[in-house]
Ligand binder design. Structure first.
Ligand code: CDV
Length: 317
């Protein structure tokens, strides 16, 4: 059997999933960061090694709003990370010895816009960055939708693929929200030995194009993707929501921690700021990775060509 253990110590990481309640359009970054610091203090009390925050967690989920002028768009973006508003997060990471992951809108020095997540070590140093690949929604105002989802207008698709990093004696990767619905995302990281996959999401509680797809079904699909991705790649998955009503637009909660067998081991019960915690043993990934999902022994790549050469459906008729 393959041995994925790194060193001989038990590789337990106490992880906090820091779900965040709604952030209203008028709420400044500084107020949001205060809420995040309170969650980090709570995580410290629970002996967390790592805290994971949601997608675009410094502001409201602004892609629901239509803006035309670039200056109106750019106010939602961070030109530097850390910056004045977010520096307390990095300082607190170092003081408390807690690694962090959170999502924000990134504006690069070249003027490129991405939906981004970062990962730090326990000293508040950024060691990983991921830019969202699967951007949902549309790029022009859509009169047929109940509300807008303009990610394709405001962001470029990520240009970094799906890297993983060694951190806290484990292999860690990130993806963002809609990425969690795509099995290719988990497998890309699975093929690099991922043991802990972190993701944040902003998922409206109603489908803007089908009003009878509501909260219950949205929560079901969200959990289905993450539990399947965890099991099929024998990895921990931490999925963290921004939840509740942002200026009258409800978002699902349902933040979860999933073990490498696909079991939900911790789950948020509110749509507010709420910390879920679990002590995750990275060695629990070893059995699946060395048996039924031992990729080196069982994958048949000669039959998977379409996955990376064809985007849409082509029927053989
Ligand atoms: N922020 C997202 O990527 N949200 C999508 C929407 C389109 C449902 C999601 O997959 O949850």
């Amino acid at each position: 059997m393959c041995d994925f253990t790194i060193g001989d110590k038990m590789r337990e990481i106490v992880i906090g999933g820091a779900q965040m309640g709604p952030i209203q359009k008028a709420e400044p970054r500084e107020a949001v960061v205060e809420r995040m610091l309170a969650l980090m203090e709570e995580a410290h009390g629970a002996s967390c090694d790592l805290v994971v925050f949601p997608e675009l967690c410094l502001t409201t989920f602004f892609p629901r709003w239509y803006f035309e002028k670039q200056a109106e768009i750019d106010v939602w973006f961070e030109k530097n990370m850390p910056n004045d508003a977010t520096m307390p997060l990095f300082r607190t990471s170092k003081e408390l010895g807690i690694a962090l992951s959170f999502g924000y809108a990134e504006l690069t020095p070249d003027g490129l816009h991405y939906n981004t997540s970062i990962l730090t070590d326990k000293r508040g140093n950024i060691i990983g960055k991921y830019r969202k690949v699967h951007l949902p929604g549309h790029s022009e105002y859509d009169h047929d939708r109940a509300f807008q989802h303009l990610e394709k207008r405001y962001f470029l698709p990520g240009d970094m693929g799906f890297p993983v990093w060694r951190n806290l004696n484990a292999m860690m990767g990130m993806c963002i929200c809609n990425d969690r619905r795509w099995p290719e995302v988990y497998r890309e990281m699975g093929l690099q030995g991922v043991e802990l996959l972190m993701l944040g999401y902003n998922t409206p509680s109603v489908n803007s194009q089908m009003s009878d797809e509501g909260l219950e079904k949205r929560l079901y699909h969200s959990e289905l993707c993450m539990t399947a991705g965890a099991y099929q790649n024998s990895t921990w998955v931490i999925g963290v929501a921004k939840a509740g009503s942002e200026d009258g637009h409800p978002l699902i909660g349902g933040s979860i921690i999933v073990d490498p067998d696909g079991n939900v081991v911790a789950k948020a019960s509110s749509e507010d700021d709420e910390l879920i915690v679990h002590a995750c043993d990275m060695d629990a990934c070893n059995f699946g990775k060395s048996t039924i999902f031992d990729f080196a022994r069982h994958r048949r790549i000669e039959h998977y060509t379409r996955i990376s050469t064809q985007t849409g459906v082509v029927r053989p008729d």
